[in-house]
Design a protein around this ligand. Sequence first.
Ligand SMILES: [Cu+2]
Length: 142
Amino acid sequence: MKKLTMISMLAIVAAFAAACGSGASGDAAAGKTIKAGPAGNNLTATLSSKDGVLRKGKQDFTLTFTDASGKPVNVGSVSLNFHMPAMGTMAVMNNPATFTTTATPGVYAGKTDLEMSGEWQAQIAYEGPAGTGKANLPITAQ
Ligand SMILES: [Cu+2]
């Protein structure tokens, strides 16, 4: 567990270094964006991963909260539930993610295990120094 966290942090540091080196947009998210959306309190929540794709099964991703200038903002505790409504005979699915903080406040390393590909709702909530807020991002898992 500790080793995995270290690897995540190294990956994030590497992503920052790459972003600086290429003079890129200043996007704080590690890797490529999966989806981003408004999260209240003038914040944007961004899900990202190495290849920018959410897929069925176990995976790592990054959840970043940024202000209007793109700077990461510490939002305290975060939660994310991948929700899929019931479809026909298929029961509702809820696949929560777990998070660890990283060296950068406002950037969270997430893990989840999605039961299936298809249309998910990423139900994000946070509570802390930036206030309380929610984001609901539709994401297609491959
Ligand atoms: Cu389903």
